[in-house]
Write a protein that binds this ligand. Structure first.
Ligand code: S3P
Length: 165
C-alpha cells in the first residue's frame, strides 16, 4: 500500500506527508528530494541549466521507481500529476489524496517560500496571485481525480490517517 499526496505548490504535501508517514509507520519520500539526489543538483539548478522538460523526465523516472515501494507515503511535486500519464500511474499504484487550498491561500503561503520554486521565484505579489489562479485552474482537473480530497485548512496527519484506514 502506498499513499500519494498531491496538490499545488505550497499546500503542505511535504510537511503533512512526513508526519503521516511517522504516524502510520510508513517510509516517507518526497519526489523533489529524490530528483535532487539522482540529478546531484537542486530543482532550481535543473530548471536553470537543463530546462523544465528535463526536470519532468526526472520527475517521471522518480515517480515510476517510488510507485514500486511498499508502505510508502509519497509527496509529489505540484506538477507531477499534470504531466504525461503520471496521474494514471498514481491512481493505479496507490491511494491519492488531494490537499485542496484556494488560490488566495496558496498565494499567501507561497509569498514567503517562493524562492526555492523556479516557476514562481521572481514573481511579485500581484503576478504571483494571477499566476497561481491561472495554473490552478489548469491543474485542478488532474488533482480532482484523486481518491480523497481534503481541505488544506483541515489537512493534518491525524485526519488523513483516519480517512485512509
Ligand atoms: C513544481 C512544484 C515543485 C517542484 C518544481 C515544479 C510545479 O514542487 O516540483 O518546482 O510544477 O508545480 P512543490 O509542489 O513541492 O513545491
Amino acid at each position: 500500500m502506498r499513499i500519494f499526496l498531491i496538490g499545488f505548490m505550497g499546500c503542505g504535501k511535504t510537511l503533512i506527508g512526513k508526519k503521516l508517514a511517522e504516524k502510520i509507520e510508513y517510509d516517507f519520500y518526497d519526489i523533489d528530494a529524490e530528483i535532487e539526489k539522482i540529478a546531484c543538483k537542486s530543482v532550481t539548478k535543473i530548471f536553470q541549466e537543463d530546462g523544465e522538460c528535463r526536470f519532468r523526465e526526472f520527475e517521471k523516472e522518480v515517480l515510476l521507481s517510488l510507485s514500486a515501494k511498499n508502505k510508502a507515503v509519497i509527496a509529489t511535486g505540484g506538477g507531477t500529476p499534470c504531466f504525461e500519464d503520471n496521474m494514471k500511474i498514481i491512481k493505479k499504484t496507490g491511494l491519492s489524496v488531494y490537499i485542496k487550498l484556494s488560490a488566495e491561500r496558496l498565494a499567501e503561503r507561497l509569498e514567503t517560500t517562493k524562492k526555492t520554486r523556479p516557476l514562481i521565484a521572481y514573481k511579485n505579489k500581484d503576478e504571483l496571485y494571477s499566476f497561481i489562479a491561472e495554473l490552478l485552474k489548469q491543474r485542478e482537473p488532474f488533482y480532482l481525480k484523486a481518491d480523497l480530497i481534503i481541505k488544506g485548512e483541515n489537512a493534518n496527519a491525524n485526519n488523513i490517517a483516519s480517512l485512509v484506514f
